[in-house]
Write a protein of this length. Structure first.
Length: 278
């Protein structure tokens, strides 16, 4: 029963993470537009293709049909315009995310085709991560893992690649807790360097560590992960979800009262410091 609950929590947070990139409806500043124009000009992209892309970028609604039309015109003018393919991938990604079940596969496939073009033209860790997310939703976990592996190879100091591998491990049945912990520890360590570039949220990493250590019977490490992650959790989670987590931690502590009395008393003092109990 306990493992089933942990598995359900894993799957819920995996879905949340997989929806993080790209960003929907984000406003693009003039400075950013000028920077992108310069980037495309230096690549030798045809001016008309660039103009269509810039015009599309000014439409903040990612799933606006006019935006897609402009982006399609952009790649028609110049099929080397990786920025337009990236934006088209995002357009189909968000259409798929809100589509009916019978349309999701088609839309995610369209998204993937555009991200593949980005990977072909100018592969980056970001394009690998985006491709991995789409492969995940298409149920192709092997290809998703390959994308995260490529990302790690290209950018070994990025926390996102290992976080992605951790999430994929959580999707497996059964989950290899030791391997999952290895990925989480690497994510945690690298996060200190890149501060979660690309969508890693450290509060969720700490939550995963709590669950993994609990599953492995290492209660001291489980509580340690909670205390480390509590400040981040207060910023990342809703009040109701945070209350569920703290309630679970308090109940876990009660369950070890007889077998680990010293740890139990230590936690009681910490709970009071955090105003979790009176």
């Amino acid at each position: 029963m306990k493992n089933k609950i942990i598995k359900n929590i894993f799957l819920t947070i995996i879905y949340i993470f997989m929806c993080v990139l790209p960003v929907k409806g984000a406003a693009v500043s003039e400075e950013m537009l000028n920077s992108r124009r310069k980037y495309l000009e230096e690549k030798g992209i045809i001016k008309k293709s660039i103009d269509y892309y810039i015009e599309a970028s000014k439409i903040y609604d990612t799933t606006n049909y006019k935006r897609r039309e402009l982006l399609e015109l952009s790649v028609k003018e110049d099929n080397r315009n990786d920025m337009s393919y990236m934006a088209l991938g995002a357009w189909w990604y968000f259409k798929a995310s809100s589509a009916t079940e019978d349309m999701k596969k088609e839309f995610f496939t369209n998204s993937l085709e555009n991200y593949k073009m980005v990977n072909k033209l100018t592969a980056t860790p970001v394009s690998y991560a985006l491709s991995a997310k789409v492969y995940y939703f298409l149920g192709n976990y092997d290809e998703a893992e390959k994308m995260f592996n490529r990302m790690i190879k290209e950018q070994p100091e990025s926390s996102l690649g290992y976080y992605g591998k951790a999430l994929l491990e959580m999707s497996k049945n059964p989950v290899d807790m030791e391997k999952l912990l290895e990925y989480l520890l690497k994510t945690d360590k690298l996060y200190e360097k890149d501060k979660g570039w690309g969508g890693v949220e450290i509060g969720r990493v700490k939550l995963f560590k709590i669950l993994v250590y609990r599953s492995l019977g290492n209660y001291e490490k489980s509580f340690e992960a909670f205390y480390e992650g509590y400040p981040a959790m207060t910023g990342e989670f809703t009040d109701s979800y945070l209350n569920e987590i703290t309630d679970s931690i308090i109940k876990l502590n009660e369950s070890i009262k007889e077998s680990y009395p010293i740890l139990y008393e230590k936690n009681i003092r910490k709970f009071k410091q955090l105003d979790m109990i009176n």
